[in-house]
Write a protein that binds this ligand. Sequence first.
Ligand SMILES: [Fe+2]
Length: 196
Amino acid sequence: MSKIELPKLNYGYDALEPYIDARTMEIHHTKHHQAYVDKLNGVLEKYPELVGRPIEEILTGLADLKVEEIDRIAIKNHGGGHMNHSLFWEYLDPTGSEDELLCKEIITSFGSIDEFKKQFTDSASKLFGSGWTWLVREGKTSKLVIKNMLMQDSPLMAGDQPLLGLDVWEHAYYLNYQNKRPDYIQAWWKVLKLLG
Ligand SMILES: [Fe+2]
């Protein structure tokens, strides 16, 4: 039975400079994400039947897990944190390329990539406190929708499929951007390869 491990990045911490600085990347990955992984493993140890199960599956079925309520909350927070950050590092991969299929769907749903970026930026700018802005394929409708999720809640918990997510917790940008979240969001668009 294997514990959950911190995923390795395909790129160096300095690969997104100057938009996302190396120190922020390193702390974000080795401290924040590592802490979610460690705390998640700590909870899962109490439930051997959950150890080794994919985190996607655990989060999708979170409401039905046979666990104590306090542990369900811990799995939501730390499991969500692990899932969200794992995706985030992939979205940021500077060696990645444009996802043509995703771009086509976005254009169909929002009119244009620019219009999508505008709406996504607006949503991320308005998120109060700590959380994430997501583009999801909504479970109920199969439509592409922008959603803000608080704390580390994963779209999977709401039955939605995450397609693109932006971490707007202050730990993601404060060292370099302090309170200027809009500048961080603009920098994030610059490093993102998925939308061309
Ligand atoms: Fe984060």
